[in-house]
Design a protein around this ligand. Sequence first.
Ligand code: NOJ
Ligand code: CA
Length: 678
Amino acid sequence: MKKILLVITTCLISPLLLAKSVQVKSPDGNIVVTVNDDKTPNYRIDFNNEGAIEASRLGLRFQKAAELGLGFAITDTQRNTVDSNWQLPWGERKNVRDHYNELLVTFSLDRQSANTFNVRFKVFNDGIGFRYEVPSQPGLDGNIAITNELTEFNVGQPEQTTAWWIPSRGWNRYEYIYQTTKLIDVDHVHTPFTFKLANGHHLSIHEAALVDYAGMTLQKQRGGSLKADLTPWYDGILVRKTAGFTTPWRTVQVSKDAVGLLNSDLILNLNEPSKIEDTSWIEPSKYVGIWWGMHVGENTWGSGDKHGATTSETKRYMDFAAKYGFKGVLVEGWNIGWDGQWYDNGDVFNFTKAYDDFNIKAITEYGLAKGVRLVGHHETSGNVTNYRNQMEDAFKLYQQHGVRQVKTGYVADGGKIKRIDENGIARMEWHDGQFMSNEYLYNIKLAAKYQISINTHEPIKDTGLRRTYPNWIAREGARGQEYNAWGSPPNPPSHTAILPFTRMLSGPMDFTPGTFDMAFKGLGADTDRPQTTLAKQLALYVVIYSPIQMASDLPRNYEANLPAFQFILDVPTDWQESKAIAGEVGKYVAFARQERDGDDWYLGALTNEDARTLTLSLDFLDKTKRYQAQIYRDGEKANWVDNPYEMIIEQKEVSAADSLTLPLATSGGAAIRFKALN
Ligand code: NOJ
Ligand code: CA
C-alpha cells in the first residue's frame, strides 16, 4: 500500500518538479535566449548556434522581504513581436528601426503562492535586453530596499576571452585608461563592458534607461562569472523603491565581429520615446571656448592677471566664432567661486554672480548680434545641494541671456559627491548610485523647462536617456582631450581606438577634439602631450560621435593652419545615417556618416600606435552620385612622436564603386569629406 501511495504521489508531483524551459529568438533567428527555472531562475544566450552567455542566474534580494530567486519557477509566459520605426530629432541617424521578439516570463514561488516576479526579454538581431518587473505583493507592498541584484553574465571560456574595461568604484569615476586583459583577469568593472570570445564573437554588457535606480557595475566571481554589482547609497542600501517597480534593462549586445557592435540601436530602442514635444531649441552645433587655456596653464579659472573669463577675451572668442561659423562660445570661470582650490570648495560656487571683469549682459548682446550664443557652465565640484539650491535661478539667468546649452561639472572623487540630507546632515554619494542618477535627471528636466540642453561632465554613464530627454545632448564619462593637456600619462595612442567599442556604445561623448598644437610641452615620446598626429585629431570629429563638437584648441593655433582647420569648419555634427565600416577593438576603426538632410558623406579613420594601411570600399555612397573626396591624411613621414603635423590634403573624384587606400601613420588617422557633385 505504502509503495503504491509513493508511486501515485511521485506521478502527481514529478511533472511539477521538472525544470521548465522557454525560448525566444531574434527576428533573424540568430540569437536564442533560453529561460529556465532549474533550482533558480536563469537565462542563457546562444548566438549562431554557439554559447554566448552560459546559464546565468536571475533574482533580487531585499532588506526586509524574502528573495525573489531561489525556488521560484516559471508559471506563465506572454509573447509579442514588434517591428516599427521612429525618428531621432538629432543623432547618428534619423530613422531607427525597432524590431524584436518579446517574452515576458512570470516566476512564482512553489508555483502556488502569491509571491511572483516577471522578467521581460526583448531579443533584437543585435542583442538582447531584459528587466525585472516586480508587482506589489505581500512583503513588497510599501517602501522597498534592494540589497542585492543576483543577475549574472557567465562567460564560457574566460581564459580565451579578451576584455576591454575600466575599473568601477574608483576615485576617478570613469576616467581611466582602458585595460586589455583576459576575462579571467577582470576584477570590478564599469559597463559598457566589451569582450571577444574565443570564436571571435564580440559581446558588450551594459544597461538601458537607468532611471531612479543604481548604476550596474560588474564584479567578477569565480571563473568567467560576472555578477551585477549595484553602486550603493551612503548607507549601503543599493536601491530604494516603492511597491510595483521595474528595473533598468540589462543589455547584451552580440555580434559576429567588432564592427557589428558599433552599428546597433539596441540601447536607444530600449528607452522610452521623447517626453519633450518641441525640440526645435535643441541645437546640434560646434563650439569654441575659453577652456584649453586653463588646462594648459595659460589662463586661470579664478580671478587675477591670468583670468580667462573676461569680457574682452570673451568678445575676442565671439569674433573668432562668428568669423568661422561656430554657434557657441563656452566660458568657464566667469562666476564667483573659482578662487583657491575650486575642486575642494564647491559649496562657495555662486551660479548667478559674475566676477567684476565679466559682464554677461554686454557679452551675450555682443555675441547674439553676430549669431553666436554663450555656452553656459556650472561646475559644482560635487556639492550638489549648493547647486540644487541655485539651479532654477541659474537657468533663468542663462535663458534671459540667450543661452541654449550649459556644460555642467561634478568634479569630486568617486563616492564623495556631497549632499545635505533632509535633516541637514552631509552625506557622501557615488556619481553612479541611485541618488545621483536622480540628481542628474532632475537637472535635465529643469533645464528643459528653460529650453536649455545639458552637456554633463563627470556624469553618470549614458544609458540612452537622450531618446526620452533629447536636451541631454552630450556628456563626458571617459578620459577626454583634457588628459592630453595635463594627464600623466596622457591618453595613449590606443585610447580612441578602444572608446568606440566601449564608452561610445552608451551614447555621445563631449571628447573635445581638435588639438593643433601638439608641442606645447615639446615633442617626443616621453613628454606628457597629445599622442596623435594632426590627421587623427581631424578623424576624431567623425569617429567620436557627439551632436556638439568643440574645436578645443586656442584660436591662434587654428589660424596658424587654416587648410587643416577647414575640415573642422566643414564637418557637421548631426547625421542622416552612420555606418562603422572597419575596425578591431583597440587597433583601428573607420566610420562613414552622411550629413543630416544633406548629400555629403564624411569618413573618419584612425589607428593605435601601429601604422597600417586601410583599403575601404566606398559602397556606402549614393550609387547615383559622383563625389569630390577632400582627403586629409597623414604624410609619408608623419608619426605621433616627432612629426605629428605632416599631412597631405588632396582631392579625388570618386563614386560608390571605388575604394580608397589610406595609409595611417603610427597613432595617425584620415578625415574625408565626400562632397556630392550632382
Ligand atoms: C572637468 C571638465 O571635464 C573640464 O572640461 C572642465 O574644464 C573642468 N571640470 C572645470 O569645470
Ligand atoms: Ca573631466
